[in-house]
Structure formats: structure tokens, C-alpha cells
Design a protein around this ligand. Structure first.
Ligand code: SF4
Length: 633
């Protein structure tokens, strides 16, 4: 077996209680490597089309990458994949933290879970041994309590636990999975898939080192990168301000998503900035496994009427906006409390904020009444109502039951034109980045296989001029020329084809986007050297980019099999209109025709049919995916 892998893939059937270990050959690993690519291989081979996402036949796959758990900076990540109950498409979410490295040290490259238990269970994996344990006593408990009980009963406080809270158990369509209470496989409702299998948690302990080809070389590169963390403005910014660091720029420019995307102007935006955050609620910073950047926030509030437990971390940029300005709320303490509740119950904060903002607009426009809300005055800015509705969604009570289905299905049920207040792609609520000022992000929203996502590619401003870090640091991919963030022409399409594939490679390898160029301190050469030193494979960026492309094509075929077409590659209507209010009032609309042209061009650049967006047989052949050709005929 090649270095970086144990050569063991664990299969678990929760219907029968059987477990077995598969030992794929090196060629398999060199073709699919890990993460999303490995998961998609099993989803396409072992799952029938049109499987109900909440049925026992859905596969739930946990897959670290070959670099996950190496001593290099920012390599803690693992992917969870399944068919998504939110989108009905290929579902995927990556998380950092500590669980992925621990799984590797416990001797597994991935876990493939099928079936469904009749009673609640959790998996306990220790150094290659697997037990399915009874979990009735922890079913219904929040994440903090569950972690404490499992660690106590296994008498090991170093056990790493990936788990679901009540929202996952109650099949909320945007429930997520958490490890260490604060690192999330956030999007696509994969926590609901775990809940449908009655799987409360996967507790992992590994004490064996991961075999690496040249560990000393990796440690040497790690030291070099670590020395530069506080000298590099991007990584230093992440340490000092975290992801909330971008709030100020968006607020001052007038593109901070507010009041359910009716405006980008939020006059109380100063209250949400990272500077205010640091002065008022920040208790400290934290990092993931072996990461010197330490961008994660820790918040503590201990007031007589409001308490926030620091074990649940602190809100990131997306959360501050989705549970803040998007709902017309400017009180960071309430946003931190809302974040803690979502973390305890395991709900994706982007979708949670989006469904609540949608409901607030419906209430203000009189599509929902007090009878519908259970007497709650669900107006924008009502911070007490925000906390109450989060609880109701997690437990699917009253209006919370409707909202737990996601904004697309909720709008269909409400009717009366409510559809015009939702903003989604492939039924997944959009993140808190406005494509009118970053058209490449818009292309990624439209094309993402798992619904709108802001982590599908680095954002446009990193490539805006000759001095930009993307232009300076990514010449190795042939990225030489800057492109304006608002341009939607051919150069933008070509640039984002490369950026999409590049970050897809990160997802496959287990690398955090915040560790390497263009978003941070590590260079492309350092990353390549780490990959070679971990695996012993003399790989190149050419092979890696083909790997990324392979997984993108696999996801595209999976979705085609599920009935998705080019009609699903859309951008929410709001972005074809100018901003309203604030410094950008009357400007910014994306030209719909230009955007459509850009999409078609991207299909062609990817080697897909220009009209349907389906991968051609030739492209599949080129990528070694000839076994998928029959699927696209
Ligand atoms: S940069 Fe931040 S999110 Fe990424 S691995 Fe490091 S601490 Fe975790």
C-alpha cells in the first residue's frame, strides 16, 4: 500500500449490524485518492438512481483525504457525502477539526454506511476495531451532553466524536454533522441522513501514526510555512479577525446581505464587524489539527439574561450575516446565542438564517399571520423571535416544522407568491456573498452540484489586478492575467474553470482552503511538495487537476442520473436586478444574457455538451471514467 493510506475502507450495514473491511489496490487510490472523489465512486457504483435520501439505501460516506492528519499546516479536513435530502442531488460537506485525522490514525481511509438501525446506535472505532453500540440513552440529547456521556462511558476524554443533535434526529432537511462541538459538515442536510439511519455518533480513537513517505520533509515545510503565518497579511488577518474580518468591507461597500436580500445596505453594520466582535464577545481563538493559523473564534457571554457556552465556538462570517443582517438583527450577543443553539442542535446556520429571513419577509408581506407563527411577531429585527424559531425548527414544532423542510418546499406550501422571496440554487439556500460584485462566485453558485456554495472556488477579488495574491501566486496554473470582479466574459469563465478544479483538489486531499494560495500563506509548490512527501508518488499539478476534474464529472453524472439538467444551473433572480439603497443603489445588476452565455461557455470548456451541460463520452474517456459512459448515452 502506498504511503498516506492504511489501505482499509470500512463498510457498515446498520440494518444487519454487519461490518467488513475492503482493501482496494493502489491503482484505485491513485485514481480516486480520497474525499469527494472516493465517495462519488461508491455513490455511483453502489447506489441506485432515485434512491430516497432518507431511506436505508442511501449511502452515508465519511472520507478524509490522503493529507488529512499529516503534520503540515491546515490539513484536518474530511468529506461527508450522501444523496442530499435538501437538494435531491449529490450531497457533500467538508469539515475541519480533529475527527478526520483521528479516523486515519485509527486505521481507516473511509467509512461507507448503508442501511438503518431499528434503534439508536453509535459507532465506536478504536485502532482498527469496530463496535456498534446502543445509543437510546443519548438520543434526543444536545451535542455537548452527548459528547460528555460518550467520553465518560468509554472512559477516554481523547475520543473524537462526529455526531448529530436533535435537528438531525428530527430529519430537519438542513441538519448538519459536527465534530468537537464546533467543526461542521455544514451544508446539504447530511445530518438528517445520519438521523434517518438512527446513527447518533461515530466515536473514534486512533493511536497509530499515519505512515508517510518522508515525514521529515513535511515537518520541514510545515516549519517554513508556520514561520510566515504572522508575516503574511492574509493568514495574520485570519488569526486576528477570523472570517468576520470581511464584514467591514461588505458593510461599507453596501453589499452586506440584509433583510432577506432586499438590500445590501445595513445601517447598523458597524455592530457586526470583526472589530466590534473582538471588543465585545471574543474570548479567544482556536485552531484545527496541526494548524498554526488558528482562525476559529471562541465566544463566551455570561450575563444574567443571556449566556453563551464557549465550548460551541463562535459565529463565523456566514453566521453573523445569515442570523444577523439578513434577519435585520444587529445584536452580536443574540447572534452568538443563535449560533450556539444551531450548534447544539446541529443545524446549518446559513440555511437556518435564510429560512427565518424568508419567513420574516412572508410575515411582513402578510403571507404568514400570527396564527401561522404561533403568536410570534416575526418581524425583521426581532432577536427574541430568532431564538424561539430556531428551537421550533430543531424540534419541528408549529411553523418550525414547515421551515425545517428548507425554503424551497416551505414556499411551495405557503403559496400566494412566496416563491419570489426565496433565494436558492438546486433548492439549497445561497450563502452570504453577493455575486453582483463577484460574478465568478455567481458562476460557482449556479454550477455547484450540491447547490449554491461559496467554497467552490476562491473569490474574484483575489485576481483583480497584477498585485493580487492570486495573480502573483498561481502562475503555475497558467493564471497570468487579472480579471475585474464584475466581468462575466470569456476570461472570467476560463479563470473559474481552473479555480473550481483547484479547490476541488483541496477537498479531495483534505486541505483547508484557508491554508494555501490564494486565500493564505502556503504556496502551490509547498503544497505539491507536501503531497509528494506524504504519498511517495512523484505527482504533478497536471495529475492533480485531472483528479479534480474527474470528481466534478462524476458528480455531474450522478446529478444527471437523478434528473438534473442545465435548467437547474441557475442564479437567483435577485442578482439580475440592481442593488437597492446604500452606496450601490441603482447599480450592479448582472446581465442575464451574458450570464447564460458564460454558463454555456463553461460547459464547452469543461468538455460538456454546450446545450445540456452533460459530460460527453469523450471527456469521460479522457478522465478514465469510461465506466460512466453508458450513464450519459
Ligand atoms: S485555517 Fe482555520 S479553518 Fe483552516 S485548518 Fe486552520 S484553523 Fe482550521
Amino acid at each position: 500500500m502506498s504511503y498516506g493510506y492504511s489501505g482499509n475502507i470500512l463498510h457498515v450495514n446498520l440494518s444487519t449490524g454487519k461490518t467488513w473491511v475492503e482493501h482496494p489496490k493502489e491503482d484505485f487510490y491513485r485514481t480516486y485518492w480520497g474525499g469527494r472523489a472516493l465517495a462519488l465512486y461508491y455513490m455511483l457504483n453502489r447506489m441506485k438512481p432515485h434512491t430516497d435520501p432518507l431511506s436505508p439505501d442511501n449511502l452515508l460516506i465519511f472520507a478524509p483525504g490522503v493529507l488529512t492528519g499529516t503534520p503540515a499546516p491546515a490539513m484536518p479536513r474530511y468529506t461527508v457525502c450522501a444523496k442530499s435530502p435538501l437538494t435531491g442531488a449529490q450531497g457533500e460537506a467538508e469539515a475541519g477539526g480533529w475527527w478526520g485525522p483521528e479516523l486515519k490514525k485509527a486505521g481507516f481511509d473511509a467509512i461507507i454506511i448503508k442501511g438503518s438501525s431499528s434503534t439508536p446506535v453509535y459507532l465506536y472505532i478504536k485502532d482498527g476495531k469496530i463496535e456498534i453500540k446502543e445509543a437510546t440513552h443519548i438520543w434526543g440529547k444536545n451535542t455537548g451532553t452527548t459528547q460528555k456521556i460518550i467520553r465518560e462511558e468509554l472512559a477516554d476524554d481523547k475520543i473524537r466524536i462526529a455526531q448529530i443533535g436533535p435537528a438531525g434526529e428530527n430529519l430537519v432537511r438542513f441538519a448538519n454533522i459536527v465534530n468537537e462541538l464546533e467543526h461542521f459538515n455544514g451544508r446539504n442536510g447530511l445530518g438528517a441522513v445520519m438521523g434517518s439511519k438512527k446513527l447518533k455518533a461515530i466515536a473514534v480513537r486512533g493511536t497509530k501514526p499515519i505512515e508517510l513517505y518522508n515525514k521529515e520533509r513535511i515537518s520541514q515545510i510545515a516549519k517554513e510555512i508556520t514561520k510566515r503565518v504572522m508575516k503574511n497579511s492574509l493568514s495574520r488577518g485570519l488569526r486576528e479577525l477570523g472570517t468576520p474580518g470581511v464584514v467591514r468591507g461588505f458593510y461599507e461597500a453596501g453589499c452586506l446581505p440584509s433583510y432577506n436580500w432586499t438590500t445590501g445596505y445595513f445601517k447598523e453594520g458597524e455592530n457586526l464587524t470583526a472589530e466590534t466582535y473582538n471588543q465585545t464577545i471574543l474570548k479567544g481563538t482556536k485552531g484545527c489539527y496541526a494548524c498554526p493559523i488558528r482562525c476559529k473564534r471562541v465566544v463566551e457571554i455570561d450575563e444574567s439574561d443571556l449566556k453563551v457556552d464557549p465550548s460551541y465556538g463562535g459565529p463565523e462570517y456566514e453566521t453573523i450575516v445569515s442570523l444577523g443582517s439578513l434577519c435585520g438583527i444587529s445584536d452580536l450577543k443574540y447572534i452568538a446565542k443563535a449560533n450556539e443553539l444551531c450548534n447544539k442542535y446541529t443545524m446549518d446556520t446559513i440555511s437556518t438564517g435564510m429560512v427565518i429571513a424568508f419567513a420574516m419577509q412572508c410575515y411582513e408581506e402578510k403571507l404568514l399571520s400570527k396564527d401561522d407563527t404561533g403568536g410570534i411577531e416575526l418581524t425583521f429585527g426581532n432577536k427574541e423571535a430568532l431564538l424561539v424559531i430556531i428551537e421550533k425548527i430543531a424540534y419541528r414544532e408549529g411553523l418550525g416544522d414547515l421551515l425545517s423542510q428548507g425554503s424551497y418546499l416551505a414556499a411551495q406550501k405557503i403559496g400566494k407568491g412566496a416563491e419570489k422571496f426565496i433565494h436558492q440554487v438546486k433548492r439549497q439556500e445561497i450563502p452570504m456573498h453577493d455575486p453582483r460584485l463577484k460574478t465568478g462566485v455567481g458562476l460557482q453558485y449556479a454550477l455547484s452540484d450540491y447547490g449554491a456554495d461559496h467554497m467552490k472556488a476562491a473569490h474574484d477579488p483575489f485576481f483583480k489586478d497584477q498585485d493580487s495574491v492570486g495573480i502573483k501566486g498561481m502562475k503555475g496554473l497558467g493564471i497570468l492575467e487579472p480579471v475585474s470582479p464584475t466581468d462575466i466574459g470569456e476570461k472570467k469563465v476560463a479563470l473559474f474553470k481552473l479555480l473550481d478544479i483547484y479547490w476541488t483538489v483541496f477537498d479531495i486531499l483534505g486541505v483547508c482552503d484557508f491554508g494555501y494560495v490564494p486565500r493564505s500563506v502556503g504556496t502551490m509548490n509547498e503544497l505539491l511538495n507536501i503531497i509528494c512527501a506524504a504519498t511517495g508518488w512523484k505527482t504533478t499539478w497536471f495529475e492533480l487537476m485531472k483528479l479534480g476534474e474527474r470528481s466534478i464529472n462524476m458528480a455531474r453524472v450522478f446529478n444527471y442520473r437523478e434528473g438534473f439538467t442545465s435548467e437547474d444551473d441557475t442564479l437567483p433572480e435577485v442578482f439580475y436586478h440592481n442593488f437597492k439603497g446604500g452606496p450601490l443603489d441603482g447599480q450592479g445588476a448582472i446581465n442575464k444574457e451574458d450570464f447564460q452565455k458564460a454558463l454555456k461557455l463553461r460547459y464547452q470548456m469543461m468538455g460538456w455538451n454546450p446545450d445540456t451541460g452533460i459530460p460527453t463520452s469523450v471527456k469521460l474517456l479522457e478522465l478514465g471514467l469510461d465506466w460512466l459512459i453508458d450513464e450519459v448515452k
